[in-house]
Design a protein around this ligand. Structure first.
Ligand SMILES: O=C(O)CCC(=O)C(=O)O
Length: 161
């Protein structure tokens, strides 16, 4: 899609995993700007702890907290697509089965939006780190956002080593 960014991540929930903390993937101040497309790689029944969503929460005021009893859960078949507005409260439920629950996540976002919270080891510029480092340093102030992202990603990499 021309006016959207995308990158993918995979998440696997282990057997006996507890419920995840509920959260939205992004802030609620703006009209829709990003959608997470979740594709289960196996059939997911209720025992496997599918993603629970709080319907309508993309329009909630920030002080509202989800109650577990208001969550909506549903089983999914391998290859189904769950489209999650970034502002929607959601959480993985406890995996009470003996099976792993692998999910592929691909956020589709407006080009001006970059998810710096969930993708903090990436850079929003469509260029390699090597190409960026080859630019004259005098350009860095013009690319401050990318420079900050690369610096943070480098720092994270060093920290992981
Ligand atoms: O485990 C799930 O289904 C939810 C994952 C999730 O909330 C996330 O990756 O933001």
């Amino acid at each position: 899609m021309r006016d959207l960014n995308e990158h993918a991540a995979r998440l696997s929930t282990q057997p006996d995993a507890h419920a995840h903390l509920f959260h939205a993937d992004g802030g609620q101040a703006l009209p829709i700007y990003a959608v997470n497309v979740a594709v289960p790689l196996l059939d997911v029944d209720l025992e496997m702890g599918p993603t629970a969503v709080w319907l309508g929460s993309h329009r909630w005021p920030s002080y509202m907290e989800p109650k577990l009893e208001d969550a909506t859960t549903f089983s999914l078949q391998r290859g189904d697509c769950l489209l999650l507005d970034y502002r929607t409260m959601h959480a993985g439920m406890p995996n009470g089965s003996k099976r792993i629950r692998p999910i592929l996540y691909t956020p589709y976002t407006r080009t001006w939006f970059f998810d710096e919270v969930n993708h903090f080891t990436r850079c929003s510029l469509d260029m390699t780190r090597t190409a960026f480092r080859a630019l004259p340093e005098s350009l860095y102030p013009l690319l401050m956002r990318a420079y900050t992202q690369f610096t943070r990603a480098d720092w994270h990499k060093v920290d992981d080593a």
